[in-house]
Design a binder for this molecule. Sequence first.
Ligand SMILES: CCCCCCCCCCCC(=O)SCCNC(=O)CCNC(=O)[C@H](O)C(C)(C)COP(=O)(O)OP(=O)(O)OC[C@H]1O[C@@H](n2cnc3c(N)ncnc32)[C@H](O)[C@@H]1OP(=O)(O)O
Length: 170
Amino acid sequence: MAVTSSLPQDIDLSIGPGHRPADEHLAHLKLGRSFLAGPHAGEDIIRLRWYVRESDGALVGRVWFGPGAQGPPGHAHGGSMAAVLDEALGSSCWVAGHPVVAAELTTSFRAMLPLGTVATVEAWIEKADGRKLYPKGHILADDGTVYAEASGLFIEMTSEAFDALADRLE
Ligand SMILES: CCCCCCCCCCCC(=O)SCCNC(=O)CCNC(=O)[C@H](O)C(C)(C)COP(=O)(O)OP(=O)(O)OC[C@H]1O[C@@H](n2cnc3c(N)ncnc32)[C@H](O)[C@@H]1OP(=O)(O)O
């Protein structure tokens, strides 16, 4: 697949009814910068928007993989998909009220994702055991094809621990 060097003017990351923006639950979006979900307009790697699905509280994202995410020719780098899944699994815990960081992440790549695709990401908490949260998630094409899926262990932190991290911000 040929990948154009010019970026689309507008990438539509909107989603259908039954969802609301997740931003109010995601502390990292309020810090001004974020590896994946920050204000990346004009950049050609990944653009991402998070929502909460109102029926079950799951995290749902719309994500665009641009030319800068290339791994195999014309297709997304596995690390770019793993990064999106890391963020998705962690954010599914945050929207459920658990401030977490990642301890373990296992990713399976099921199909090559063509650059220029807007895909859907879903993540949910499969199991919780004290501070240990076990979320799962996947990246899907609009026809249901699974590009990648992941499971992980995320550890809940205290707000004091996060405040201490924020002291390092410049
Ligand atoms: C500001 C807004 C941001 C908002 C961010 C919003 C969403 C973005 C999500 C992105 C997620 C990331 O990439 S976060 C960045 C990547 N992750 C990191 O950098 C984390 C690095 N690791 C750590 O800081 C630490 O190891 C922690 C915090 C995970 C755990 O340390 P701790 O708090 O001292 O807890 P600790 O007692 O060691 O562990 C608690 C329990 O979990 C188990 N455990 C701990 N780590 C592991 C592990 N890797 N693999 C297996 N098990 C583990 C322990 O055995 C123990 O089990 P038991 O004895 O109780 O049975």
